[in-house]
Design a protein around this ligand. Sequence first.
Ligand code: TXA
Ligand code: MG
Length: 338
Amino acid sequence: MDIMNTKVSYDITDAKLFLNHGYVIAIPTETVYGLAANCYNPKSVNQIYKLKNRPITNPLILHIGSTDMLNDIAAEIPSEALHLAKSFWPGPLTILLKKSSKIPDYLTGGRDTVAARIPQHAMTLELLNQLDYPLAAPSANPYNHISPTNAKRVYDYFENKIALVLDGGICEHGIESTIISFAKNVPELLRYGSISKESIEKELGSQLIDNTNYKETIAPGMSLKHYAPVTPLYITDDIHRFLVHFSDKRIGVLSFSKCIFKKRYPNEILSSKGSLEEAAKNLYEKLHLLDHLGLDFIVTCFVPDEGVGTSINDRLRRASSKFISFNKYIHEHPFAFG
Ligand code: TXA
Ligand code: MG
């Protein structure tokens, strides 16, 4: 892989120039940073896969500047899909549709569907509106690592490997977009994300089929082990007892709203005011911070399972190695899905 000086810039003119020349750059979005390239340039897209070390069967989301662009990339747009696009775009909703013949197979892992969204980030929206192609952009992290929610984390992952990091500050939502598929007759939820399932159902006026536990067959990136820190992450129902039980270990605590054993253990708090939105925004950065302390474990608890809390819990499950329960008797089990 070419070594290059990675530039950090606030200037979309820089970004546009690199993209037009076929370079991969990092862009900010309201969810997480993305590794972006011209979706119609096979070499640039291939470079994204190489940089992430991601299997080429795992398709990329297209980022577009206007809903009109959907007509170009999708073969058909069901009215419910258009309704959701109009209600939530720009915003953290990814819509999966039957792809048009314009969309090359290398973007979709050979599937007949394409995923797209309009991100809600002023800088990136402006950039997209100046380009005459969509940007293919997965999250800007190596495969199975924690997604970055600020420019520094992207820089740390890809220093000297990408041309530019467009610095758009801290991502407002902090976890990835919600993915809804219209590939079948009824809308399906493929990935929990920044927009809660309830808000989408309210807008649709019907319940979504939940296909979030299906792994390789539907959304290949939704494999069980994902979004993970290098340090083993355990989830428990009693952090105090966990710490006593593993008193010989160096443990970092990720707690929702309260500090636990402040002096004895590194403790990151997701939201001291107990806001699930703030917790989502902080989740990946707090995991990054604890992951860099050289600990034996990180331990956490589930947050309230409502609204975006369900999406946070989904990410915690996928990032963790085990659930350890102190309820009645001590037992542990690895997570198993669907
Ligand atoms: O918030 C987000 O969506 C971020 C920002 C950068 O926009 N992007 C993101 O991309 O999370 P990525 O590649 O890390 O996750 C996209 C997920 C993957 O699980 C992928 O398999 C799935 O979407 N996906 C994309 N296109 C698909 C398709 N045609 N069929 C099934 N799954 C698809
Ligand atoms: Mg990702």
